[in-house]
Design a protein around this ligand. Structure first.
Ligand SMILES: [Fe+2]
Length: 483
């Protein structure tokens, strides 16, 4: 027998104390899909994260108390101007062993001549792209030379300038050597890193991320990081955005869920080293490298909180919002991340992952299923991450492209039964709104050569007699083809 909340006796209801979780959500119990990733993460996108590698280090109720536990230094990092609106304001508070300003000066260092950050038309090393370009998978460095992530970067193209904080750089990297007592600090833009060969073990000021092919990582402007190569020689792409940050696309009529879900983005937890030896922080400013030397590791952050934090995302988690009964939708439905342009609603660049979907069109509702012939407002650069021929091809905006005649013939003649597209494949695509100018390196590596001759058949001409019959029947003059 028990009493109900109104004091009356109730023989049928057993009142028991509730059971609450013993702590907040704990990522140590998070079901990881990647077994080759030893690290743990905090999940979300754009929210406020907090992490401390030792208990009681994060100050309560204030960011900058007079003293911090263990005599740690407080450092603020602003990813946006102080007065940016709340919806876009990004900043993080850092509690570390030594502040970043504690260094021994700036020294000349070996440059990477392939890094370009000025895409002004006056730069003689960037070029307008007039046709299709094709790059085979880029060769890995020879085993006889040691190339790390910083010096393995090669800029393919871009627009704007890092100096004006408007524009983007499009790079690839090929590397065979882990960075040792060296960190990379890119003050020019945010890096969206997409490995296609070999995992990247990325140690950042905020903690560690293991990024495998099929995953992507973003390390924002002004955050120090170090790249190790646990699988040896490695290769991938880097999309760099100046003066802006990646966002999730709006979902519009899709509703509250789908595409890249917020909870699938993984942010590191605080992790610090104790290391009072010589380090170099190789800093990229306007494409030029500077060596900030210091006698301590830059990876000494014991605790932090904020929303300006590196993250990674597994493209396997992307939810393809199309299984079509008629025409397939535009590739924007595959958008993983985007950058807002100065024009409302228009992306400066979209990063998409094209994945398997089902086209069920049949009978009278049959549709032409290959990608249709089109001339796109944006440029397009497409890379085969999984499946397909490998490599990359791309076009400037409004460059006509589409299927070959053979693919077109297959498209108009195929049996209209349900069919999967991009089966087993992951194809990544960027669509920059501004013209992408190509570097000397990109032009030299272009395998496409002269514009291909597309021997399409003008089928309409074969039917000219029937066309003229119809014209005459409706009182119009017949057409005489020009010789
Ligand atoms: Fe296209």
């Amino acid at each position: 027998m028990s009493k109900t909340t109104n004091g009356k006796t109730n023989d049928s209801v057993q009142i028991t104390a509730g059971a609450s979780a013993q702590s907040g959500f704990d990522t140590t119990g998070y079901a990881k899909t990647r077994k080759d990733d030893p690290y743990i993460y905090q999940v979300g996108f754009g929210n406020q994260f907090a992490s401390q590698a030792l208990p009681g280090v994060l100050p309560e109720g204030q960011n900058s108390p007079q003293n911090v536990k263990y005599g740690l230094y407080i450092e603020g990092l602003n990813g946006t101007p102080f007065t940016a609106p709340r919806v876009s304001n990004q900043r993080t508070w850092i509690y570390r062993i030594l502040p970043s300003v504690s260094h021994d000066g700036v020294f000349p260092t070996k440059q990477n001549p392939y890094l370009i950050s000025d895409f002004s038309p006056s730069n003689p090393h960037v070029h307008v792209n007039g046709t299709q370009v094709t790059w085979k998978p880029f060769a890995l460095p020879a085993a006889t030379e040691k190339v790390d992530f910083i010096h393995g970067l090669r800029t393919l193209g871009g627009n704007g300038t890092a100096a004006s904080r408007e524009g983007m750089g499009y790079h690839i990297y090929t590397a065979n050597t882990s960075m040792e007592k060296t960190a990379f600090l890119n003050n020019d833009g945010d890096f969206l890193i997409v490995p296609d060969l070999g995992r990247l073990d990325i140690q950042t000021e905020f903690g560690r991320m293991m990024v495998a092919p099929g995953e992507i990582a973003v390390v924002q402007t002004g955050i120090k990081f170090k790249v190790s190569l646990p699988d040896g020689p490695s290769r991938g792409s880097v999309y760099e955005v100046y003066g802006a940050h990646f966002q999730l696309p709006e979902l519009g009529p899709l509703g509250a869920n789908g595409m890249a879900n917020v909870r699938d983005f993984e942010h590191p937890v605080a992790s610090f080293d104790v290391d009072q030896t010589a380090w170099s922080v190789i800093t990229k400013i306007g494409g030029t490298l500077f060596d900030y030397r210091q006698n301590h590791t830059p990876f000494d952050v014991v605790a932090w909180h904020g929303n300006y934090v590196p993250y990674k995302y597994d493209l396997d988690n992307f939810i393809v919002a199309q299984a079509v009964n008629k025409d397939h939708t535009d590739p924007s439905v595959f958008c993983v991340l985007r950058v807002q342009s100065k024009y409302p609603g228009i992306s400066f660049v979209e990063f998409c992952a094209l994945k398997e979907f089902l086209n069920t069109s049949a009978g009278p509702a049959g549709t032409f299923r290959p990608p249709y012939f089109h001339r796109n407002n944006a440029a397009e650069y497409v890379s085969f991450l999984k499946g397909g021929p490998g490599g990359t091809f791309g076009y400037s905006g409004f460059t006509p492209h589409g299927p070959t005649e053979a693919q077109w013939q297959e498209g108009i003649n195929e049996e209209m039964v349900p069919k999967k597209y991009y089966e087993g494949m992951v194809v990544i695509l960027i669509e920059p709104y501004q013209m992408l100018l190509l570097t000397d390196f990109a032009v030299q590596c272009n395998e496409h050569g002269e514009s291909p001759i597309q021997p399409f058949t003008p089928n309409f001409i074969k039917h000219l007699d029937s066309v003229n019959d119809e014209l005459k029947a409706s009182g119009r003059a017949a057409i005489t083809p020009q010789a």
